[in-house]
Write a protein that binds this ligand. Structure first.
Ligand code: PHE
Ligand code: ZN
Length: 868
């Protein structure tokens, strides 16, 4: 392990060699794998040393142009192989290495999962397979020969097009895979094992046939229809909306149980966490079905935004991730409800990205340095990166934005590009017709370089005489680590006036790019003052602080024509009443007004708007509430949420029951139909379960029913209620799904987050459960992530929850640094708590830091940031 040292963007220089082709010969033996690699190398100038990366590789032979090298011609250390004086003319370097995938627990490089062999190379995993520059700006044509025992590894996959080739040895077989497109090493993949194949076909817009192949463990075949349909929808959407067609003859997706992340876009051979492939109505919730669809789309969209145009270096990570998230968000919005999708994405942004941006691990969308690149697969790179692209889209409009995308593809297809290249291309494409851009591009680039969430403050003054709303805007961004001074950002601020009759008056997109400004909006003639609706559709990723009369908020909640703004009006009221309760000063008038407004919304439900109503009834997340409280007090917030929910149930009992009766018609409809009804059912159950045994019985019976959405809604509704139905529901679910690890993980998570006085012991018990797999990041996240969501237990006053997590992180770190360092971020808010709590959490972080050299470089980096 050991420290990785700091990598800096300013130090970038191109690799001194070209590497036109890579040839791999992979021999899978019973107790090891032998990899022979042939790199065709062409020095750009004479006299350059050749430095290749290699980690945990057992080097068995090394030669140049078939001649073995002498011991004094090369130097090997922990992570590099150096040949100080390679030939000045093109040459072929051949190395043979021995690997031990069975003992590789890091889930990086080549490793074993449930008897199959699989790879994960992004970001720097290829160096665990063969000596190679292993950097994304080195593009090559790859040929791979795979040979293995026919019975144990009947399926042998890699990138590109495969053909079976003859083998002499008895009982063995081989495949040759040729990938016609040039690609960097992080997109390399191989899979070997006993897998069942589900095959389909897609005909592209230009009429080519693409073989679609899904590979799953035998027994899981029947859960693949949704994934396959999602893939076809993605291909069709990218052709229709972006005019981008698939470029190879086949597209493979493999489902793997042991995987650190969601999925990986390896060229023509995507590897997926099995939970993101195996899903139907009986085994997955509606939310999970939508997530499977969107991740399939995400990885597919990477074929253009990521693979054909890749990143010059890892500082450009958001070039592919931000853009591809933006694309998958647009895809889901198009296929389902754009309004609900936007609401869900913003709720998630506020609870995860804003939290990151306000803490010790805050970093820009384009960082300028890092230690472990794995630590930078963050919500800032992904989701804030997507927001930055969304702002370009908002500022330019669909047509000009799409011209920009076309220009980007035209300029950079087949190359490794930078975020700068992207922004330049968008601007060039958008202004092709001579129309000016409409904002300062230089200043807009600040979104890539400045960390922290801008605070946008809005004050309004109604001039009744003139019928004008005078709006003053201010922006500021708090200092973040390493960036004490901040400058104003380009903020697209969408505004409108909503008349007291609910009619939309003037609507305008204001480009606010200074510290302060004033904007005047003209109202339609009316007796009463209109309400100001700002940041419609969440037009910029900022924290909004707005002084606004309660009556205006209520008007927007009821009548704003922008569904996001209706939702956000309700959110602002929830936030206010919950924060007031958490500090023991309930705001009775506001609660009463909010409950009245909700009652009206419940009564006014029209068909087709069920999901939207369900999102309106969703309370803000604890993470978001914590960020608005100083010092933050998670247990107090948790209690406030629970108590307010009780009040909601009491006051809205009748309409909730009516809602529930109406919602039942949707229970059995096939996703996406019926989704809104099921969401409303979940809300009604959750609010009513505490003191309504009828409801608890109804929920309990859903656990054995045909809909996973309802079963999980039932578990969630019963979770906080200490009752026999809860125990029974848990037992039934566990029994029913004990042989399906992907599904049982949801049970582990419910159990770990269950509020109970012996929660910590209960969680320790789960870690010993016969079905708990400590090598599967999904299971770790279920139990340990579940525990950190168990607010009262994780934040126990004696610090036992923090200590427990520190111990667990240490344990996971010894085998899987990538997962451990992500988990260590649960401590990132320690400075925002009151003294006692802060000291206890600090102690837990220190106990990690004290292990010094034992920690992986990944976890070391996070711990150091937390303590800085
Ligand atoms: N590149 C993957 C994606 O977002 C995520 C990933 C990163 C997977 C690193 C594995 C390792 O689509
Ligand atoms: Zn991605």
């Amino acid at each position: 392990m050991g420290a990785a040292g700091t990598v800096r963007l300013v130090d970038y220089s191109p690799w001194p060699f070209e590497l036109p082709t890579v040839e791999l010969d992979v021999q899978i033996q019973s107790d090891h794998v032998s990899v022979t690699s042939q790199l065709q190398l062409e020095p750009r100038q004479p006299g350059q040393a050749l430095v290749l990366q290699g980690v945990d590789l057992q080097l068995e032979s090394i030669s140049i142009d078939q001649t073995p090298l002498n011991k004094d011609q090369w130097v090997l250390d922990q992570s590099t192989l150096t040949i100080a004086q390679p030939p000045d003319q093109p040459f072929v370097l051949t190395t043979r290495c021995r690997l031990h995938p069975d003992s590789n627990r890091s889930l990086e490089g080549l490793y074993a999962s449930e008897g199959m062999l699989t790879t994960q190379c992004e970001a720097e995993g290829f160096r665990r397979i063969a000596f190679h520059p292993d950097r994304p700006d080195v593009l090559s044509r790859w040929t791979v020969r795979l040979e293995a025992d026919q019975a144990r590894f009947p399926v042998l996959l890699s990138n590109g097009n495969g053909i079976s080739i003859p083998v002499e040895a008895e009982g063995r077989h081989a495949m040759r895979w040729i990938d016609p497109s040039r690609k960097p090493s992080y997109l390399f993949a191989l899979v070997a094992g006993q897998l069942s194949e589900i095959r389909d076909e897609y005909r592209t817009a230009s009429g080519r046939s693409v073989a679609l192949r899904l590979h799953v463990e035998p027994g899981d075949e029947s859960y693949t229809a949704h994934a396959m349909a999602s893939l076809k929808r993605s291909m069709e959407w990218d052709e229709r909306v972006y005019q981008l067609e698939y470029d190879l003859d086949e597209y493979n997706i493999v489902a793997v149980r042991h995987f650190n992340m969601g999925a990986m876009e390896n060229k023509s051979l995507n590897i997926f966490n099995s939970k993101l492939v195996l899903a139907d109505a009986e085994t997955a919730t509606d939310g999970e079905l939508e997530r499977v669809e969107s991740v399939i789309a995400h990885e597919y969209f990477h074929n253009w935004t990521g693979n054909r145009i890749t990143c010059r270096d890892w500082f450009q990570l958001s070039l592919k991730e931000g853009l591809t998230v933006f694309r998958d968000q647009s895809f889901t919005a198009d296929l389902h409800s754009a309004a609900v999708k936007r609401i869900e994405d913003v709720a998630m942004l506020r609870n995860t990205q804003f939290r990151e941006d306000a803490g010790p691990t805050a970093h820009p969308v384009k960082p300028s340095e890092y230690q472990a690149i794995d630590n930078f697969y963050t919500t800032t790179i992904y989701e804030k990166g997507a927001e930055v692209i969304r702002m370009l889209h908002t500022l330019l409009g669909e047509e000009r934005f799409m011209r920009g995308i076309a220009e980007y593809v035209r300029r950079f297809d087949g190359t490794a590009a930078t975020t700068e290249d992207f922004v330049e291309s968008i601007a060039a494409g958008a202004t092709q017709d001579g129309e000016p851009l409409g904002f300062d591009l230089d200043q807009f680039r600040g979104w890539y370089h400045q960390a922290g969430t801008p605070l946008l403050s809005i004050d309004q003054r109604w001039d009744a005489e003139r019928g004008e709303m005078v709006v003053s805007l201010q922006q500021s961004t708090a200092a973040t680590p390493g960036q004490p001074v901040k400058t104003p950002m380009v903020l697209p601020v969408s505004m409108a006036l909503i008349g007291s009759d609910g009619r939309l008056n003037e609507e305008r997109l204001v480009v606010f790019d200074r510290e302060s400004a004033t904007v005047t909006l003209q109202a339609a003639p009316a007796a009463q003052a209109p309400a100001l609706s700002v940041l419609r559709s969440f037009s910029a990723p900022v924290v909004l602080r707005q002084s606004r009369p309660l009556a205006d908020t209520l008007l927007l909640l009821a009548a704003d024509d922008d569904p996001f703004s209706r939702w956000d009006a309700a959110q602002s009221l929830y936030r206010d009443v919950l924060l007031a309760r958490a500090s023991d000063q309930p705001d009775q008038p506001k609660e009463a007004a909010l409950i009245d407004a909700l009652r009206q919304r419940l009564g006014a439900l029209t068909a087709g708007h069920e999901s939207e109503l369900a999102t309106l009834l969703g309370l803000p997340g604890l993470a978001e509430l914590e960020s608005l409280q100083s010092p933050a007090d998670p247990p107090a917030l948790y209690r406030a949420v629970m108590a307010f929910r009780e009040r909601l149930a009491e006051e809205l009992r009748d309409p909730l029951h009516q809602l529930l009766s109406a919602a039942r018609v949707g229970w059995t409809q096939a996703w996406p139909a019926g989704q809104g009804h099921r969401q409303l059912t979940a809300v009604a159950w959750t609010w009513l379960a505490a003191d309504d045994q009828e409801i608890r019985r109804e929920a309990l019976s859903a656990v054995s029913g045909p809909s996973m959405t309802l079963a999980r809604a039932a578990l969630r509704a019963l979770q906080p209620v200490d009752c026999t139905e809860r125990d029974e529901a848990s037992r039934l679910f566990e029994q029913r799904w004990q042989h399906k690890p992907v599904i049982l993980d949801a049970w582990f998570s419910m159990e770990a987050s269950m509020p109970r006085s012996d929660a910590l012991d209960h969680v320790r018990g789960l870690l010993q459960h016969p079905r708990f797999d400590p090598l599967a990041p999904n299971s770790l996240r279920a139990v340990l992530g579940g525990f950190t969501a168990n607010t009262l237990a994780f934040h126990a006053d004696d610090g036992s929850g923090y200590q427990f997590m520190a111990e667990q992180i240490l344990d996971v770190d010894s085998r899987n640094p990538i997962t451990a360092s992500r988990m260590a971020k649960v401590f990132s808010r320690w400075k925002t708590y009151a003294d006692d709590r802060s000291a206890l959490m600090h102690q837990a972080i220190r106990s990690l830091a004290d292990r010094g050299g034992e920690l992986s470089a990944n976890t070391q980096e996070v711990v150091t940031l937390l303590l800085s």
